[in-house]
Design a protein around this ligand. Sequence first.
Ligand SMILES: [Zn+2]
Length: 207
Amino acid sequence: MIFVYFGRQYTVTARGMAWRKQTCEECGGTFHYPAVFEAEGSAESPYLLNNAGARATAKRRAAAAVAWAVATLPVAVPCRHCGWFQRAMVPTFRAMLWPELGRVGGPLAGVGLGLAVFALALTYSGDPAAGPTPAHYPWIIGLSGAAGVAGVGMLVARTLKQWNFDPNRDLPRRLRLRMAEVSCLTAEEFTAAQAGEDDRPTAGWGP
Ligand SMILES: [Zn+2]
């Protein structure tokens, strides 16, 4: 007897946004900034028996995940008045820097080291009766090992660069103020925005 399983996976993306209020540790000024996040929720409809239910569950999971993100996850923005990044926000800002080193270094380290270990294992756990290991194996081990080490080096370099980066020291104040202008509201601007219907924080469903 053959069992055939089929089903449909529903994935829903939800976007959410909430305003947060911050009093600057540097200048004492107050500003507001939006925390905007996206999250996915998914659910399976086995044998297509419960499509509507799975869709509703996916939606509910996405909504719960985005609500958690909006309430909890850190956001890094400079003070609207003085351009200072609050100390608690600095790690979040650092984590966004040099993403290309992570995008290249991570897969390179994983694939390179994985392949090297795999080839090593084949070399040393092979059945002696099967004959000698093919001559190109040391090359595979050497090259993939070197690529893996290079990948690890990129990840380490990224971490060190991030540790040594202080946005309050390394970014010009003018640039930080410009960043604040596009990402934060002063208390007055926030009150004015709240008075207008169109500018109220909203949460919506994605495709
Ligand atoms: Zn400030």
